[in-house]
Write a protein that binds this ligand. Sequence first.
Ligand code: ZN
Length: 501
Amino acid sequence: MRSALLLKRLACFVLFISMLSTAVFARQGATHFREVTVIDGTGSPRYVADVTILGDRIARIGKPGSAKTREGDRVIEGRGLILAPGFIDIHNHSESGLLREGTAANQVSQGITTLIVGPDGGSPDSIGEYFASLRGKTAVNVGAFIGHGTLRTLVMKEDLRRPATAAEIAAMSTLLERAMKDGAFGLSSGLEYDAGFSATTEELIQLSRVAAKHGGIYMTHMRDEEEGVLNAIREAIRIGREAKIPVQISHIKMGNKSVWGRSADAVALVNEARKNGLDITADAYPYVAWASTITVLVPSRKHEDPAEVQNGIDALGGPDKVLITSCRAFPDYEGKTLEQAAAFAKKTTVETYIEIVKNGGAGVVGFGMNENDVKTFYQTPWVMVSSDGGIGGRHPRGTGTFPRVLGLFVRENKWLGLEEAIKKMSLMPAERLGLRDRGRVRKGLRADLVLFDPKTVIDRATFTEPQLFAEGIKAVFVNGVEVWDGTGTTGQLPGEILKGR
Ligand SMILES: [Zn+2]
């Protein structure tokens, strides 16, 4: 009697489970890309295949025409289109943007599936709290660095223009340790900015040791990207070597005319360090203009010294090379070059600069780079792609970076092959961050994927219209869920929080 009852219960249970699983599979059909050209992210040559997503994974990659479809499945005709791993942006400023706009339209529209925030020394104060506030609310996966400038500000408050004391470094180390345990990928620095500028190399080495202990990396916006850029690279190398930590140079560039053509020297310096065993890589955005605060024009920080200001403006190439993108004290200057703003104010460019800095500064775009240096960096195997942009940014890189590389650098300029470019956008940043199940198209890995047309993909964002979406990105999937359908966001929020080792 009892065993019969048990059997009946068991049968009921089995029936229930099978119904449940049928319901699950019926709701969650597979997505098949038929006869699509796969570029898998490793740099290997492209091939044509049928690729199937089931749940959040790449379930099958088979011969073209071999996918077996069932009722409820979705089929996407992939002929002539490229299926690549979703792009991983290792240097992104969407910290607060993601909280406002989890669908991240200008990010997913360019094929980005993972954003790494907290670069340049500036991050949320608490990585743990930040992750908690984003969980389940973003279209993209999100990871973070803890900012050195943020740690300094938490410990030293306003008193930042001096080296930290031993006690302050100890206090920063405790906060850094907390951030690493909460899942930060490492320590980011912004040594050209006020919060980080006065830090000694020793301070950075000590903090980097703490990050290294927890498997982190040291990612740096270096102290100088202009006249002193080679010394700044030497400093980054020293920090890496003495703290025994992998190094990522952020947005590597030759930032003004005085160093144009020296990219080969920068590459040689890093090659030498790599040869000597240091794990050092870099990223670059595909534009000849940087965006920053106006004060980076005067590296000596003597913002009221007319001769120093004149030197800074000259070094960039002149006041027509500085575009003011935001200026709270003088909103009339926004959209004008420094030259135009000075004419408008009936002042000299030096006087205009000094007045702006005295009244809270400005956000500027500096047309300081040379295309040949950008090309050199893009052709260097250890340089990956990053945007340095974000949601709502004023520089077109925030919306255009990845399609610009694919359309302009690969298709039009032929600076690098498509397979190589994709690798710089996917597997390279994935490996740099230690993400093992993303960054390539392979069976069993997470289905972070971008489908695009190699014949038409191109950026459209400009310095006057930085929010214009790119063309040619047909579909973007994050964890198996479509977030961009080629015309707009789908409203789905499948992004996950990604944590460091
Ligand atoms: Zn930066």
